[in-house]
Design a protein around this ligand. Structure first.
Ligand code: PLP
Length: 446
């Protein structure tokens, strides 16, 4: 395929994608296939001779689509949301075209620098404490990881390395193996399985702290376990708090837990994988109070902030903790600016060496939505929106409703009151409400 054909095929592919997304609700959300369905539809081996683009494209509908679960269908209510937007898709296209591997500043300066600045932009949207921002002189900073699971693992490994060094500084006779065998990490009993897995991969004991009746870990519960474990000769070193648990979106009480972790020199990591995007709205930001006690914080813009997978935002207060834990400096990766303090080499912040230019997706999305657009997206269906809808319904004078409050939610209350009401009146009222609601939603910035 040469550039001329790429131009043509690229436009066709954009049309295919736009058609797919515009008509997605007509597709069955969950596929009707049995395991192994695909093997029988394609040859056993890769073709010896090149095939045409048409041949490949026609197999998208024949081979791929029958086995796709349509995560972006309005009928998809499983697992969790995965973010999606046209600006992010276009940015991903550019990322593929540039195709750099940004493991160090020198490997592609724009890739590193845009990431540092985008993580600062996002950190400011969340009103993170200054300590987490890189700025030009900060000691903290953000990095894009692939997933929240990786962020938790990296935080746990960095904390492990830090505590081993700390203990060995006081007790040079203690071996690393001895210290690691006594380490214990903690999370909520509601934490995502990736947290327990981080403990397994990191080779440390992991304990689950019981939650209260709101599925939240409280300070007293952590305190009790820490006391018991210290008495048993164990070394608590890491606590992973969850803000927005997977089963019920519960929030651990980090304003109680943070001071305990700080006093006990335990690394506090916060996993806000799904709920974290909401903190860009001032009305939800109080849920993040206590982040000032954390050593690291992570959430997934790829879940709810319109940036396509993969984009998991992680911040640390002291980047030297994370860089110090994983630094390898082979000669072939060195460059002139690495000790200047002006740049970072993101390969030290993550497990793989290679990394894509993922910050382009953030840049496109943040600029094309603006903070207000992103907030409006998070608030879609909010109390304010419901209140506006009710005002419009009542001022149109066709039907009349009053609201009520249910567990803090502004709810439009539809009561069938008159002796003369028939089913057709209810249908009519419903189509009137739906019409006004669609009008209102269309006015929101896209
Ligand atoms: N943490 C929480 C609270 C989650 O809800 C999830 C996914 O649902 C994860 C972690 C794992 O996310 P990822 O797929 O980015 O590793």
């Amino acid at each position: 395929m040469d550039a001329a054909e790429f131009r043509r095929r690229g436009k066709e592919m954009v049309d295919y994608v736009a058609d797919y997304l515009e008509n997605i609700e007509k597709r069955q959300v969950y596929p009707d296939v049995e395991p192994g369905y695909l093997r029988s539809l394609i040859p056993e081996e890769a073709p010896e001779e090149a095939e045409s683009y048409e041949d490949v494209v026609k197999d998208i509908e024949r081979v791929i689509m029958p086995g796709v679960t349509h995560w972006h269908s309005p009928y998809f209510y499983a697992y969790f949301p995965t973010a999606h937007s046209f600006p992010a898709m276009l940015a991903d296209m550019l990322c593929g075209a540039i195709g750099c591997i940004g493991f160090s500043w020198a490997a592609s300066p724009a890739c590193t620098e845009l990431e540092t600045v985008m993580m600062d932009w996002l950190g400011k949207m969340l009103k993170l404490p200054e300590d987490f921002l890189a700025g030009t002189e900060g000691k903290g900073g953000g990095v894009i990881q692939g997933t929240a699971s990786e962020a938790t693992l990296i935080a746990l490994l960095a904390a492990r390395s830090k505590i081993v060094k700390l203990i060995q500084a006081d007790h040079p006779d203690r071996s690393e193996t001895d210290v690691i065998s006594k380490l214990v990490a903690y999370s909520s009993d509601q934490a995502h399985s990736s947290v327990e897995r981080a403990g397994l991969i990191g080779g440390v004991r992991m304990k689950k702290i019981p939650t209260d009746d709101k599925f939240s870990v409280r300070g007293a519960a952590l305190h009790k376990v820490l006391k018991e474990d210290r008495a048993a000769g164990l070394i608590p070193f890491f606590f992973c708090a969850t803000l927005g648990t997977t089963p019920s979106c519960a929030f651990d009480c980090i304003t109680e837990l943070g001071p305990i972790c700080n006093a006990e020199k335990i690394w506090m990591h916060i996993d806000a994988a799904y709920a974290g995007s909401a903190f860009i709205c001032p009305e939800f930001r109080p849920l993040l109070n206590g982040v000032e006690f954390a050593d690291s914080f992570n959430f997934n813009p790829h879940k709810w902030l319109l940036v396509n997978f993969d984009c998991s935002a992680m911040w640390v207060k002291k980047r030297s903790d994370i860089i110090g834990a994983f630094k390898m400096e082979p000669l072939y990766l060195k460059h002139d600016h690495q000790e200047s303090g002006l740049v970072t080499d993101y390969r030290h912040w993550q497990i793989p060496l290679g990394r894509r230019f993922r910050s382009l997706k953030m840049w496109f999305v943040f600029r094309m939505y603006g903070l207000k657009g992103l907030q409006a997206y998070i608030r879609k269906g909010s109390n304010e929106l419901n209140e506006t809808l009710l005002k419009r319904i009542n001022s149109a004078r066709k039907i009349h409703l009053v609201p009520c409050q249910l567990a803090g939610e502004f709810v439009l209350r539809f009561a069938v009151c008159a002796r003369t009401t028939e089913s057709r009146h209810v249908q009519e009222a419903w189509s009137h409400i739906s019409h006004l609601a669609s009008e209102l939603l269309q006015e929101l910035p896209h």
